[in-house]
Design a protein around this ligand. Structure first.
Ligand SMILES: [Zn+2]
Length: 281
């Protein structure tokens, strides 16, 4: 890990807003029978549990939201299909009405044609002829409307087919995603529960104020690490350099040493070998 060269003058500048561990450091003692070294080790282990839990949450991450989005999408497509089907039923009704009107007109034409055979004069004949003409015009209009209905039906049916295609793709994806989510939740639930229980056990050894400070610093840190080891001569959290005397204090583990730059607690790098390392993704 590369260490930054730091201007000596900046080292003496304390960062007030990040003094949470600093103020705790002044008050925490080993009067409770737990040595500072043990406290630091415990805090480091709590950090490891938290990082492992973070990792699980990250792993689950966006999946529930993705599933929700896909469910909404599927619902939307189903609604579109239902609406289009209602449109189709409506068009079919109109089409049936036009067909019925054509039949009615046909019957009238037949009737008027028969009456024409028995007319007494030309005027009656012509008047019936006009009726027949009117009815056949009516038939033509209805035929035209039926043609329009057929075109609309064709459009609606191809819209349904396309939507159905999309729907089946979405539904298949949704099933996959749900399965994926269930597997991840199942796999990780037991794991998370175990980590949580272990963390709670560790927390019993830690002063309440120290825990509050830990959680506050952890919450504020980008990588959610509040307890970091020193890496060569630098803070493992922000990589700013640590003066040799502070490094000695850290290695001894007799008091809380806080990084002046990032406010994290600095601990002995040997902890990594002992307890493992928090790997943040
Ligand atoms: Zn730092």
């Amino acid at each position: 890990m590369a260490t930054k060269k730091v201007n000596k003058q900046t080292i003496v500048t304390p960062i007030d807003e990040r003094e949470t561990f600093v103020s705790v450091a002044k008050s925490v003692s080993d009067a409770d029978g737990i040595t500072m070294d043990e406290k630091l080790r415990t805090l480091y282990q709590i950090q490891l549990k938290d990082t492992a839990i973070d990792k699980i949450h990250l792993q689950r991450g966006e999946l529930p939201l993705e599933v929700q989005d896909m469910e909404d999408e599927v619902e939307g497509l189903k609604t579109r299909i239902a609406n289009t089907q209602a449109d189709i039923a409506d068009i079919e009704r109109r089409k049936a009405d036009y067909k019925h009107a054509i039949e009615e007109a046909g019957l009238l034409i037949e009737k008027y044609s028969k009456q024409q055979d028995n007319v007494k004069n030309n005027r009656e004949y012509e008047s019936l002829g006009k009726e027949i003409e009117y009815q056949s015009l009516e038939q033509q209009v209805c035929e035209k409307r039926i043609g329009e209905c057929d075109r609309e039906l064709e459009e609606k049916n191809s819209l349904i087919a396309a939507t159905n295609d999309r729907l089946s793709i979405f539904e298949a994806n949704l099933v996959e995603k749900k399965k994926e989510l269930e597997t991840i939740i199942e796999e990780t639930a037991a794991q998370e529960e175990k980590l949580q229980a272990e963390k709670e056990e560790l927390q019993k050894k830690i002063d309440e104020r120290m825990l509050v400070a830990y959680n506050r610093v952890r919450g504020a840190a980008k990588n959610h690490l509040a307890v970091v080891t020193i890496e060569r001569e630098a803070c493992g959290g922000c990589f700013n350099q640590i003066p040799p005397q502070r490094k000695l204090d850290i290695m001894q583990g007799k008091k809380i040493i806080v990084c002046e730059y990032c406010g994290r607690i600095l601990v002995n790098p040997e902890y990594k070998a002992e307890y493992g390392e928090a790997v943040v993704e």
